[in-house]
Design a protein around this ligand. Structure first.
Ligand code: GRF
Length: 224
């Protein structure tokens, strides 16, 4: 089985990169990470790439144009087929995004289209939403937009602060991102009229990432 060749772009911690690395360890997983590019030399995610023996490059994000040119050259050289943004914190040159149309995926810590941009979890708390989560989506030039591949939902608890909510969302990011990449690598994902269609998407693991009944309490008090 030829595995889909993936390049991962990071800027920092790299926990989503690690989740993808872990998924790729399974020999039946249909994708492999062959290149990591970091926009920052001090990104701790570079350590995860090194431990997994994955070649990594640092391309400082001096300006958008230079970054795009250097990244494009490396991605081509390694014959990358899909680019995954995993905590990549810079806005990409629109022509670079267009060149990778429907072949570049991002994970964002909100249920898009709500709370685009920075501090999505803080925005969710400020809005008082009852559910938060994350979204895996194809990338378009406008920040945090693009056809949605999958979403995972978590409850917001009354005593949540940004840190607790972020940790709860991060846990499901680490499940959703490998799942989205697997579906793409299996050739089951297509974009039709800017919406994602997933062949055979009624599989249980997707349902498991949607809200489940969380309590046996009735929504409103009942009288007997
Ligand atoms: C994640 O919350 C991701 O959704 C967002 O940036 C964060 C990156 O975390 N785009 P990590 O670097 O993958 O640990």
């Amino acid at each position: 089985m030829a595995r889909l060749k993936v390049g991962v772009l990071i800027s920092g911690r790299g926990s989503n990169l690690q989740a993808l690395i872990d998924a790729c360890r399974d020999p039946t997983y249909p994708a492999e990470i062959v290149l990591v590019i970091s926009s920052r030399p001090e990104a701790s995610g570079l350590g995860f790439a090194a431990s997994a023996g994955i070649p990594a490059a640092v391309i400082p994000h001096r300006d958008r144009h230079a970054f795009a040119a250097d990244a494009e050259a490396l991605l081509r050289e390694q014959r990358i087929e899909i680019v995954c943004l995993a905590g990549f914190m810079r806005v990409l040159e629109p022509s670079f995004v267009e060149a990778w149309r429907d072949r570049m995926v991002n994970i964002h810590p909100s249920l898009l289209p709500a709370f685009r941009g920075l501090h999505a979890q803080r925005q969710a708390l400020a809005a008082g939403v009852r559910f938060a989560g994350c979204t895996a989506h194809f990338v378009r030039p406008e920040l945090d937009t693009g056809p949605i591949i999958g979403q995972a939902v978590v409850p917001v608890h009354p005593d949540d602060d940004e840190e607790r909510l972020s940790a709860r969302i991060l846990e499901v990011e680490h499940r959703l991102y490998p799942l989205a990449l697997r579906l793409i690598a299996e050739g089951r994902v297509s974009v039709v009229a800017e919406k994602v269609e997933i062949d055979g998407s009624r599989i249980p693991e997707i349902a498991a990432l949607n809200p489940q009944e969380t309590s046996s309490m009735p929504l409103a008090p009942t009288r007997d």
